[in-house]
Design a protein around this ligand. Structure first.
Ligand code: GSH
Length: 359
């Protein structure tokens, strides 16, 4: 790391990041711009280090969960594993860093992680002002709210119905902005309570200190699946109040690294289009399916070595982690989240999950 980078990291560490709002994060990232990442691609740093540093949430059911034995699993976690499999041919070469929403962008800017797979919404300000770049959306989400049937909340409740209620969410999110704007437009006066990690919002809801919690719909489904013993929790409105395209986030202006992250995601999507899974990837007829031959490094015309990876990098991703559908189904189907008929369905079924051609 350069002297300049160390100095800027020191300045950064003197700034309290706990509970930072997104505005505060903008200021911190402005300081961090001193940190010069332009001399070396993150890809080189990751290869030299020998493992990937992946930023995930502090806990989101189905997306990033830590088991009792310390291991991590989930939809976001699997994409971290996929990038490690692409770079090292070994999915396990990854170190996870759990980050709250408020600290994720400063942590990324400071080089503490190489990429975020962290329920992170692609927005214009994050993409431009905050110095991030975004990869392909892995999960098309939208913000919803969760309340209690016992309090008169139903699936057809609207933002106008939360007038006078205490609404809890976590800081540094699109969520807090959307709910403030949306409630205002609906003429509802709310008491917004922001906490650091979303788990605290759930705890407050359970303790009766919040009437409503709000975040990405997928996270509400996940929380309800593991907490709602009385079947009293209702998610509303049926149509989300925002668009929350979630996907990988990395430091801006690092094209070589962006290519690796993006094409790892695309490889999982292309394999899904062909129905190639970790179980059948070894029996693909690469003469009959030349795109897969190129993608798996079996045929002339493979492009992985041009990206600084081994020719079989994406074969390793599919073999060790699986295709997009496998990653989605094993983590999210158990929560009741299904692809069929939704935005996360394959484009050939009318969904938005689509990859450019491997050629
Ligand atoms: N997608 C939104 C919300 C992200 C968010 O904070 N999601 C919650 C629910 S999944 C979360 O990360 N919880 C875990 C945590 O607070 O670490 C954003 O990018 O701002």
């Amino acid at each position: 790391m350069s002297k300049k980078a160390i100095v800027s990291l020191l300045i950064l560490s003197m700034i309290a990041v706990a509970c930072a709002t997104e505005e505060e994060a903008v200021e911190e990232v402005a300081v961090e711009e001193e940190h010069d990442h332009s001399d070396e691609s993150t890809l080189d740093e990751v290869i030299e280090r020998g493992f990937l540093k992946c930023g995930i949430s502090t806990g989101a059911t189905g997306f990033s969960e830590q088991a009792d034995d310390g291991s991590f699993g989930g939809f976001d976690v699997d994409f971290c594993y996929a990038v490690a499999a692409a770079v090292f041919g070994d999915y396990s070469k990854v170190e996870f860093k759990q980050l709250t929403s408020a600290e994720r962008f400063t942590s990324l800017a400071a080089g503490e992680v190489d990429v975020l797979f962290r329920n992170t919404t692609w927005t214009q300000s994050r993409d431009t002002e905050l110095g991030n770049d975004f990869g392909p959306t892995t999960y098309f989400d939208g913000q919803q709210l969760l309340g209690r049937k016992a309090d008169g909340i139903t699936e057809s409740s609207t933002l106008a119905d939360i007038d006078g209620l205490r609404v809890c969410t976590n800081a540094g999110t699109t969520t807090e902005k959307n709910i403030t704007e949306g409630a205002g437009l609906a003429g509802a006066t709310i008491e917004l309570v922001t906490v650091e990690a979303f788990a605290e919002a759930v705890d407050k809801f359970i303790a009766g200190e919040c009437d409503i919690i709000t975040t990405d719909g997928s996270a509400l489904v996940g929380r309800r699946a593991v907490n709602d013993a009385l079947n009293d929790w209702v998610i509303f409105p049926t149509s989300p109040i925002s668009k929350e395209p979630l996907g990988p986030t990395y430091r801006s202006n690092d094209s070589a690294w962006a290519d690796v992250v993006n094409w790892t995601v695309y490889a999982t999507i292309i394999a899904d289009e062909y129905g190639v899974t970790s179980a059948n990837v070894d029996s693909v007829d690469t003469d009959a399916l030349p795109e897969l031959g190129r993608l798996f490094g079996a045929n002339d015309g493979e492009l992985q070595t041009k990206m600084g990876l081994s020719a079989d990098a994406f074969y390793n991703v599919i073999k060790q982690v699986g295709n997009y559908d496998q990653i989605y189904s094993r983590n999210l189907n158990p929560l009741g989240l299904f692809r069929e008929g939704g935005a996360n369905d394959r484009w050939t079924n009318g969904g938005l999950i689509y990859a450019p051609p491997a050629r």
